[in-house]
Ligand binder design. Structure first.
Ligand code: MLT
Length: 210
């Protein structure tokens, strides 16, 4: 764990320079340790930068405030997405990293989606697990060609299908190269998430090399 930069985080250097680093963003109540095993499994050899959200909800770390489940404090979403993008800039300098691909789960996926909309230069792409629309009025943004994988759960009690479809349409409308998969699962992560994300990322990295 490191406190020196603006966010508490862990950095695990990779041994494959050509693999894009991953920015790991946990769900509500998680921390910077949670997604490291998933990141290692999805992107073997990639550098991993794993961050703890700065907001506490009854002691549980999150990346932005919410008013109720699925109802976001959008001023805070904007502020925190910008703060996190600034952290990514700091961390890239500190650790000599290329722009990362975000790998976010639930609240972490939502802040990653907000970063794509507000600070697209901060991310090389994103894997959004159980993501929702983070801002009702999406700003005009150019995401030309940015690779985004959204994995939704068919029986997710937190994210209605219409919401994740709207997120996919918004990002694709801004030019992102969006793949939206829906798995026969709920809000929790499953083995199928890991397999789907691993295959998607491997295909992207191959495409980037050719
Ligand atoms: C959120 O607040 O970002 C979403 O409701 C997901 C969650 O954290 O439960």
């Amino acid at each position: 764990m490191s406190n020196e930069l603006s966010h508490i985080h862990r950095f695990a250097p990779g041994n494959r320079r050509e693999a894009a680093p991953l920015l790991l963003l946990h769900g509500t109540g998680g921390d910077e340790n949670d997604l490291l095993p998933l990141g290692e499994a999805i992107a073997p050899g990639a550098s991993l930068l794993s961050v703890r959200g700065k907001v506490l909800e009854h002691g549980m770390p999150r990346f932005f405030r919410r008013l109720a489940e699925g109802v976001f404090d959008e001023d805070d979403v904007r502020r925190r997405a910008n703060e996190l993008a600034d952290f990514v800039v700091e961390a890239r300098k500190r650790y000599d990293l290329a722009a990362p691909i975000a790998l976010g789960y639930s609240n972490g996926a939502n802040i990653a989606a907000a970063m794509l909309l507000l600070r697209p230069e901060a991310l090389a792409g994103a894997i959004l697990l159980r993501a929702m629309v983070p801002l009702r009025d999406a700003p005009k943004v150019d995401l030309a060609g940015k690779p985004v994988l959204i994995i939704s759960g068919q029986s997710d009690p937190i994210v209605p299908a219409s919401n994740s479809q709207r997120l996919a349409a918004t990002l694709a409308g801004a030019g992102a190269d969006v793949q939206h998969r829906t798995l026969p699962v709920g809000h929790q992560l499953s083995q199928a998430d890991l397999t789907t994300a691993t295959q998607w990322l491997a295909a992207r990295q191959l495409a980037a090399l050719t």
